[in-house]
Design a protein around this ligand. Sequence first.
Ligand code: F6P
Length: 757
Amino acid sequence: MRTTLKIVLPLIISVAVISLLFAGYQVRTERRILRNDLSRRAEILGESLQESVEPLLDHGREKNLQRLVDRFGQREHLQGVAVYDTGGNALALTPGLAPVFKSRPATATHAAEKDSGYGQFLKVEGQPMHIYALPLHNNAKPAGVLALYHDTTYIDVQLSHTLRDALLTALIQTLLITALAMVLVRWTFTNPLTRTAKWLRTLRTGQSHAPPTLPEGEIFDQLHHEVTHLARDLNAARASAEKEARLRDTNASQWTSERLRVSLRNKLKGQPLFVVSNREPYMHVLNENRSVSVIVPASGLVTALEPVLLACDGTWIAHGAGSADRQTVDSHDRLRVPPDRPSYNLRRVWLTAEEEKGYYQGFANEGLWPLCHIAHTRPVFRPDDWLYYQQANRHFANAVLDEMEGTESPILLAQDYHFALLPRMVKEARPDARVAIFWHIPWPNAEVFGICPWQRELIDGLLGADLIGFHTQTHCNNFLSTVDRAVEALTEWDRFAVNRQGRVTRVRPYPISVAFPEQTRTINDSRNAGEERAALCAELGIEASLLGVGVDRVDYTKGIIERFRGIERFLELNPAYQRRFTFVQIGAPSRTDIERYRQFLDEVSAEADRINARFQNGQTGRWRPIVFLRKHHSHEEIDRYYRAASVCLVTSLHDGMNLVAKEFIAARDDERGVLILSTFAGAALELGDALLINPYDVQQLAEAIHRAVDMPEEQQASRMHHMRMHVREHNIYRWAANLLSDLTEIRIDTPDRAEVS
Ligand code: F6P
């Protein structure tokens, strides 16, 4: 109430002052009008009386004069009339007129002297009056003065009524405006703020409710945005604290963001962490209406590394590939991200169109990508692309060195096949740096890798790192055999290290993972799988009682066409599932500047259309076997499909890890749903409770789908429970902790100190 008053009081005072000023103005105006009116009436009356009086001024006509004065004295508000001779003595006077008017008043004297009519408002013996005097003539000579006396008490009475009415109106207006303002303030500000405060209180006391709905508008939008994020952070912090407490209780060794933060703070001794990758975690893009929006690219690397940076702060150096990226950085090409809760630095590196084409599209994605994935697409190695690859590695290395400036013994985590040369470049300039590179894709056997004309240079660049990480032991072994074959170095198989010219590089498996959310769902997303499925089907305009889901960048390594054929075979063998089972393929178009990828996108669409056409006819209504959603989806959108699906299909022909498999498991806190997983994805080594398949075997895939949709709930729960335990335990924080812990324990090989770990 006090706050409302504080807001409303200035308004009340302003309204009251304005009303009073207006009332004063009204009274003054009315007074002027009434007085002018009276003056005019006195003048008219005076002039007509003057004409009648002047002929009676001759000697001996005093009686007639008195009769005339008596007659005129009977008018409204006119108190009397007097005729004075030139000496100022009354010749005729209205009976009852105050005795003081027996002799000429100053007003009349003034009129006589000026020889013209003159009027005045004044008080005579305490009574308000108006006196109007006119000079009289006889035979063109001054013969006296005529005076008219009006009682003006009525003006004062009328003005006091006007003042009273105006004050009353002002009071009513002030009261009404005050009441209205109070209602508005309470309704618009006080109530929403009180609701927000109450909600924050319930949040603080641990009761999770949906945030209150606030009115729309700039301030409230911001407030809503901030409190929603505050709540999310608070819930996350509480969940993390509870988890820590649970873990302490059970002596388990689970890694959380908080534990990683504390552990790294000790290990890094307050130093920042540097990460370099080609793909950036946040991309700003220009929309058609010139507004800018932020997207999180479809990338397993981003999914995995973002929680690490959020936990540790630091700087992520990456290619600024968004159309509005340059508009959103400072003069050092940096910005703080995530946009809604800035927690670490993103440093963007710019590439020319030729560099991007040669380094990223050409060497990395037409050369190394198909080389490392056994998916039967021939790698292409062009000399020009190789030059651009070297040039781009140099650009990124320079940006990394620039960011490291002023940091002693910095820690760098380089990411992926885009940067095979960068570890050596950085290490040469900063021998005190600890450098690790994580290779997110498979490493093929030595024979296959030998196809690359620049294998020696790539291996030499990688061996600049102190630590090289792969997803699996097999990839580590393949790498060591490739080193054995390609370069002069001592390969130490017993401790998985390479000793080259006295410098040691360790090679270790670190199976990457996801953050595994512990947060309980909010009211808005607490729908069960069936409700979510119904909602999604309604949005898609389809009818289906069972959903399957696949989530991929549209890439020829992901086995999407094989998957569709498996679904086709399943429907063919099990007609009872026609009109019941729909498979939703979320396919983010990827690397579309490369011909093979554009072609593949069309092949996937055409295959979905073919299968749909085969099973749909006049009787199948709104059912469709396959819904291919060929566009980028946010994590939140994808999460809904994960939770609604009875089965998730990961059918990669070859994959380093595949985080979709782990994301699906992390999303299923209801412990329902079945994962079908390719044995050629790194994830298959960890997720033995999935239905493991060979994606090239259409029959096996069809049978696995049938088994999945028919699987009893207890069996689903038991499999999902085991997989969830595993992913929870082997989450991304453990991945980062293991990798960074190994890296920080390495003694650095500086010119005056040989490495001896
Ligand atoms: O799988 C290798 C990888 O770099 C992933 O880490 C990432 O998910 C994917 O490729 C992204 O590809 P791009 O950055 O070319 O879109």
